[in-house]
Design a protein around this ligand. Structure first.
Ligand code: UDP
Length: 244
């Protein structure tokens, strides 16, 4: 196992991974594959909280750049995360995995509101809980939502599944000499402004001692490999003996 005594994780997926090879929106075939990854992890006995971004549909900053009111645009972004959550719920339930969606913006006809104690019961029963709408407030991101839910639900680690396989000292898509860290501490990530998650999310994880595991969710079976300690990833945590 990558991290000892891991019983409950928060898995954060960027909205962009739901696009598959599309330029926009939701690729249902790819979401079905992602759901398979989540199911495999759940079947190992892990309790799983899921947070999915909304960048494949709408980002508040993009709306604001085009002249929209930022808060208004952010609410649209939050609604996008609810759409993604429902798509993932549907894909997971097709595979026989029980799920509940809890949204930080109340939407009674569609999903539950965020209620921590109720989420606890769902996890105990083996359900995957998908937390939607981030923290429910503009000027935040789903990274912050993920860090907040990881702390609130006392997750042992936050796994960030994205399109790169870890944290690099430069952008690996632009710089061929960029190197990946195996482990790195929170303060270095913050001081050097490395692209992991936004600063408030990293700080929340640091203050609550929640390790962040950054890995690629694009290759099939990679979540299971990373969880088993056989994959490629970067672990962000407090520097200590054994950290490289
Ligand atoms: N958002 C927000 N508050 C939150 C979470 C999300 O305002 O607590 C909005 C924000 O506009 C953001 C959008 O929702 O750009 C989509 O989320 P995010 O950019 O985090 O998605 P990702 O990059 O993970 O796909």
């Amino acid at each position: 196992m990558l991290l000892a005594d891991t019983k409950r994780i928060l898995l954060k997926l960027s909205g962009e991974v739901l696009m598959g090879d599309q330029q926009f929106g939701i690729d249902t075939d790819f979401v079905a594959k992602l759901a398979g990854e989540v199911k495999a992890a759940r079947d190992t006995g892990l309790e799983i909280c899921l947070v999915i971004g909304g960048g494949n549909i709408f980002r508040g900053m993009a709306g604001a750049a085009k002249g929209m009111d930022r808060a208004q645009a952010d609410y649209m972004g939050m609604l996008a995360t609810v759409m993604n959550a429902l798509a993932m719920q549907s894909a997971l339930e097709k595979l026989g995995v029980e799920t509940r969606v809890q949204s930080a913006i109340q939407m009674d006809q569609v999903c539950e509101p965020v209620i921590r104690r109720r989420a606890e019961r769902h996890l105990e029963k083996g359900r995957v809980v998908i937390f939607a709408a981030g923290v429910g407030a503009p000027y935040f991101t789903t990274d912050s939502g993920a860090a907040l839910r990881a702390a609130e639900m006392r997750c042992d680690a936050l796994f960030k599944g994205t399109s790169v396989d870890g944290v690099y000292n430069a952008d690996p898509k632009k710089d061929a000499s960029a190197t990946r860290f195996d482990t790195i501490d929170y303060d270095t990530v913050l001081a050097e402004n490395l692209k992991v998650m936004d600063a408030s999310a990293v700080a929340l994880c640091r203050d609550n001692e929640i390790p962040i595991v950054v890995f690629s969710i694009r290759e099939r079976g990679n979540l299971a490999r990373v969880l088993a300690g056989e994959g490629t990833q970067t672990i962000v945590r407090t520097a200590g003996p054994g950290a490289s």
